[in-house]
Ligand binder design. Structure first.
Ligand SMILES: NC(=O)c1ccc[n+]([C@@H]2O[C@H](COP(=O)([O-])OP(=O)(O)OC[C@H]3O[C@@H](n4cnc5c(N)ncnc54)[C@H](OP(=O)(O)O)[C@@H]3O)[C@@H](O)[C@H]2O)c1
Length: 305
């Protein structure tokens, strides 16, 4: 099968090649999925799990990509809950070969059925951004209706999901980003927008929940704006600052079939829009990832026409 492989951590996306690789086998409780589309996050080649397995052994050459939509091609020993030919989408294991390939082996529990009216491109754009927003807001951030959310990077892949889910849950959403992100953030449902390069963040006042996708100074300043009992939720590594009287948590998104179902239902009935910036093919993906202009929104790679 065709797959993108990486061998050299220092080379970044410039070190990616499209290669012929053996098709994966389904292990216990796995399925093999015929991948139709894969989402891509530009920071993935910096994650240790791209380079080492769970025993911290080098696993290069590895195939990156963790979001997928496709068809179940085969079942592993003991696998239940999914059937051959079924449309699925989900989040592949960080430490295994990924979804920038024609086939991927993945634990069945990391997948959910993909409804027939959501196409594979949209399906592949949802798992990481959608689950990260869901878990950050409702599980880690304990968001309640009537609370305020400071959604950093609100025009980005995760930020647009955070904005829509928080607003639907009855929160007041203040989106942030660069000046050029204003219209997009408001279009995805932010009640107001702060241009981090030109506006004073502190003018927002106190908020219940900060959802941070940026880190550094933005995070430190945001932590000081959290109300008593509020939360700082970071998805960019260990928190660098804590609210004076509140919770600080950093987390890595986990696969969850029920939550994927919640996300799919919202896409079906129009409550949730995805934020796809670029679509490409497997043949053209390496060139697309190495484009000089930074892609806005999610990049989705189509494996099949
Ligand atoms: N822990 C987890 O489970 C998890 C899950 C998903 C993502 N992540 C991480 O979260 C981060 C965001 O992911 P994403 O997919 O949402 O990325 P993205 O689509 O690039 O969104 C990030 C947004 O924040 C903006 N931004 C970044 N730095 C900024 C700054 N200093 N001032 C103003 N705006 C700024 C970006 O603008 P520009 O494009 O103009 O820079 C972009 O609009 C990445 O580091 C990713 O690796 C972690």
């Amino acid at each position: 099968m065709k797959a993108i492989v990486v061998n050299d951590e220092a080379a970044g996306t410039a070190g990616m090649t499209l290669a012929e690789r053996p098709e994966p086998k389904a292990a216990i409780n796995d399925v093999v999925v015929e991948v139709h589309a894969s989402g891509w996050i530009s920071t993935e080649l910096e994650w240790p799990s791209t380079w080492t397995d769970r025993a911290d052994q080098n696993r290069a050459p590895s195939t990156p990509g963790h979001e997928l939509a496709g068809l179940v091609a085969s079942l592993g020993y003991g696998t239940t809950g999914l059937s051959v030919g079924q449309r699925v989408f989900g989040l592949a294991d960080w430490h295994r070969n990924g979804t920038l390939a024609e086939y991927v082996a993945i634990e069945a529990r990391n997948l959910a059925p993909l409804p027939g009216d959501i196409d594979f491109t949209v399906g592949a754009s949802l798992p990481i951004s959608g689950l990260t927003a869901w878990q950050g807001l409702f599980q880690h951030g304990r968001l309640q209706a009537g609370q305020s959310v400071l959604a950093h990077g609100a025009a980005g892949a995760v930020g647009t999901m955070v904005t829509q889910l928080a607003r639907e849950a009855g929160a007041y959403v203040i989106g942030t980003g660069r000046a050029a992100d204003r219209d997009k953030a408001l279009d995805f449902g932010a009640h107001e927008f702060i241009d981090l390069e030109n506006d004073a963040l502190e003018d927002v006042g106190q908020v219940d929940l900060v959802f941070d996708v940026i880190g550094g100074d933005v995070q430190r300043r945001s932590a000081a704006m959290i109300k008593a009992g509020g939360s700082l939720v970071s998805i960019v590594g260990p928190v660098e600052a804590r609210p004076a009287d509140g919770l600080a948590v950093d987390f890595v998104v986990e696969a969850d079939r029920a939550e994927l179902g919640e996300i799919a239902r919202r896409v079906q009935d129009g409550r949730l829009r995805t934020n796809i910036g670029t679509t490409t093919t497997l043949d053209d993906a390496v060139a697309a990832f190495n484009a000089t202009e930074r892609a806005k929104g999610k990049t989705v790679v189509r494996m099949r026409p």
